[in-house]
Write a new protein. Sequence first.
Length: 203
Amino acid sequence: MSMGIIGKKIGMSQLFNGGEMIPVTVIQAGPCKVVQKKTVEKDGYEALQLAFQEEKKKERVTKPLAGHYQKANVAPHRFLREFRAAGFEQGQDVTVEIFKKGDFISVTGVSKGKGFAGVMKRHNFAGGPGSHGSMFNREPGSIGASAYPSRVWPGKKLPGHMGAATVTVKNLKVVDVRPEQNLLFVRGAIPGGDNALVLIYKD
């Protein structure tokens, strides 16, 4: 069971450590309110429901959800996510301080949508010759035999919608933690564009 927090991708930057330039992603991680604590006795498993970012107007929250927040004595928030974790009570704040420099984390987010893409962009196919008259520049080529199986196998790499998928990047190193600003500096890139919602798990 690993602790986690909800965050927002701020963007990419760089930090310097003893002359080494480290590419980092800056994440606003929390603070998150614990809206519900699930237990093995009552729910069959342990988990925490966390709320994050910008309290919503009451008229923009459905009545069941408004009652859920009211029961926890927490104002309605924009995002509500569940983590298989323990160690906090209902109404408590989960902050970026659960992480420390040198920790390894996993980050889940929705990758940037690229729209409809061909096989060269989507699956890194080599394509055909680029010279004049080849008539086979950026096409996928043969996608199956005619006699058997007389159909295209499921899962064949073809053109289609690229990106906009849930992606998890594992083993990202925490380079710096700034609790006073709720900022987490992670080495490397994470899925999604700036201001995208991300879920951060402590490995």
